[in-house]
Design a protein around this ligand. Structure first.
Ligand SMILES: [Zn+2]
Length: 331
């Protein structure tokens, strides 16, 4: 097993772990805190990922059992999926934001309940134009859901809160709550090192998914954009993202993301200028209507809905109810 491990700053290591889907890799970060070892994010709970992590630690003369602290930026499978087995092996204290601990628990209960037994979720998708007759509801879940790949810690040792400073050995890890990509997403700021471990909040080449889901935040895109402003002016020399390469220019990357979302909102509002449409209809036009896994179609619909809802809250669109469906129209 060839482990990709790079010391990005003194004692801070990027470890690249494989994923069985796209993106095909996730970066986790190991921080040598002198007498203590912290891991930010865990990768998925697959044999390939755990073997790669083990091999990476071995090149540093360490073992999984040596981990003292595990901090998750958020609850998603590629970030928190191996947390339960890693804690079991190491006894590490596991930290995650309270909102995302709740989401992890919810994923576990959803995995045990077919969507056909959740009429509210089905009604939500139908209301936003999702053609349930075309996409059988039992295919709506991501492929890893309910599998061994996702073994999150369901009872974390500590909840992360905005502004927390976690002192571990020689390091001070400042937690900044950045809701958007998930309701409890957090980034880890190392002030002295001027490094920002960004999770999925700020990726160098792709924009993270931000979607409005049943029982999720009411305005996730608004949260996401506010979370971008929240970190934009931090003194940072290196942004350490969960996917892709380490990069330097935080301020510029935030500007790019804000601009991307501005343009996308313009495009969507353009599509509902003349006649109102559902989120699903807008998503088909923006993301294409070729056959894709149902899970991707749902993600596109929920992402579109996040945009349209924000436009509604900003007074740029109105909602029209027609035949039990919600259509958006630009104002
Ligand atoms: Zn994620």
């Amino acid at each position: 097993m060839h482990a990709k491990i790079v010391e990005v700053l003194g004692g801070i290591y990027k470890i690249v772990l494989p994923l069985p889907m796209r993106p095909s890799q996730v970066n986790v970060y190991l921080i040598d805190c002198a007498q203590a070892l912290a891991l930010i994010d865990t990768g998925m709970n697959t044999p390939q990922s755990l073997d790669t992590l083990k091999a990476a630690l071995e090149t540093l003369g360490r073992r999984i059992e040596d981990l003292d602290v595990i901090i998750a930026t958020h609850y998603h499978v590629d970030h928190f999926g191996a947390s339960a087995p890693l804690r079991q092996r190491s006894g590490a204290r596991v930290y995650i934001h309270r909102e995302d601990a709740a989401r992890a628990q919810r994923m576990a209960s959803l995995a045990a309940t077919p969507i056909t037994d959740r009429p509210q979720s089905l009604a939500f998708f139908a209301m936003h134009g999702f053609p349930l007759e075309r996409y059988p509801p039992d295919t709506m879940r991501p492929s890893w859901m309910g599998t061994e790949g996702y073994k999150p810690v369901l009872e974390p040792d500590e909840f992360l809160s905005d502004g927390d400073v976690i002192e571990i050995g020689s390091r001070r890890l400042k937690i900044i709550w950045t809701p958007g990509h998930s309701d409890g997403h957090c980034v880890v700021y190392l002030e002295r090192e001027q490094a920002l471990i960004a999770g999925d909040h700020l990726l160098p080449t792709i924009t993270p998914h931000v979607g409005l889901y049943p029982e999720g935040a009411a305005n996730p895109l608004g949260d996401f954009l506010a979370s971008q402003h929240k970190v934009q002016d931090l003194p940072v020399q290196a942004v350490l993202p969960a996917h892709g390469e380490v990069y330097a220019d935080l301020h510029h990357r935030v500007d790019q993301l804000l601009e991307h979302h501005r343009r996308r909102q313009d495009r969507m509002l353009g599509l509902v200028q003349k006649s109102p449409r559902t989120a699903f209809e807008v998503a088909e036009r923006v993301f294409g209507d070729r056959p894709r896994p149902v899970f991707h179609v749902i993600a596109a619909t929920c992402e579109t809905l996040a945009h349209l809802e924000l436009a509604f809250l900003e007074g740029k669109a109105r909602k029209v109810e027609r035949d039990d469906r919600v259509l958006f129209q630009a104002i």
